[in-house]
Write a protein of this length. Structure first.
Ligand code: G5P
Ligand code: MG
Length: 224
């Protein structure tokens, strides 16, 4: 585990099912970063059955984005709660307006962009199983749980997400194209975007790992 000598703030982006959750889990194994997933935060609110949760559920189940003001408020308050720690933000920002709201509060060091073709994604999502309380993800073909249907760590049952049906996946990809792709341009123009392309997480991961190693070693040297 590499110890970071200054606060490091990163964002991980990519279309639905591109492997953001999977890659984030690998990153937080090697580096002391807090992983914050917008989708996990939203699903936590839905499980709590609050009034806000009902609104969130209707957006998510239709494959639509949650309104920017609601989303930015939720995430920024969770980031504030993390205080002075390094973090990896997964699934936020997803619109230029969210990126601007984030920028007003924090400066982002790096944006990791997973560029995975849409055809690859559709099949993955219909065979995904999730441990909802922790956000741990499995896949029947790619990384199956040790015991079918049960979480490796807690032994609790796994569930399929309500928004992983073929029709909803199509709508999520559409929202990604129209609303989220412009965010890539936003970060490219700021010089912080790093794109990793491929169809398999195991082939993309070594490149992400090598990039982060270089980036964080050089930040540590600047501090020292
Ligand atoms: P989420 O929860 O952020 P998405 O759609 O962005 O949802 P998702 O579906 O969570 O992203 P991921 O994290 O990119 O995908 O991918 P993953 O879970 O790691 O991998 C997907 C599957 O593929 C898993 O089963 C994994 O095991 C498998 N897999 C990984 N790599 C490989 C591989 O190499 N090969 C194979 N065969 N399989 C592999 O957001 C959900 C909703 O919340 C709202 C929106 O409504 C959104 O649709 N929302 C927001 N709304 C507004 N603003 C925001 N900022 C919002 N954030 C969330
Ligand atoms: Mg995810």
């Amino acid at each position: 585990m590499m110890i970071l000598q200054r606060i490091f703030r990163a964002v991980i982006m990519g279309p639905p099912g591109s492997g953001k959750g999977t890659v984030s889990a690998r990153i937080t194994k090697s580096y002391e970063l807090q992983h914050l997933s917008s989708g996990d935060i939203l699903r936590g609110n839905i499980n709590a059955k609050t009034e806000l949760g009902l609104l969130l559920k209707s957006c998510i189940d239709q494959g639509q984005l949650v309104p920017d003001d609601v989303m930015s408020r939720l995430i920024l308050s969770d980031l504030r709660a993390l205080g002075r720690s390094s973090w990896l933000l997964d699934g936020f920002p997803r619109t230029v307006s969210q990126a601007e709201a984030l920028d007003d509060a924090y400066s982002v060091d790096t944006v990791i962009n997973l560029n995975v073709p849409f055809q690859t994604i559709k099949q993955r999502l219909t065979s995904r199983w999730t441990h909802l309380p922790s956000g741990r993800v499995y896949n029947i073909d790619f990384n199956p749980p040790k015991v079918p249907g049960l979480d490796d760590v807690t032994g609790e049952p796994l569930a399929q997400r309500d928004d992983d049906t073929p029709d909803t996946v199509t709508r999520r990809l559409k929202s990604y194209e129209t609303q989220t792709e412009p965010v890539l341009e936003y970060y490219r123009s700021k010089g912080v975007l790093e794109t990793f392309s491929g169809t398999e997480t195991n082939k993309i991961w070594p490149h992400v790992e090598a990039f982060l190693h270089r980036k964080l070693s050089s930040l540590n040297q600047k501090v020292a």
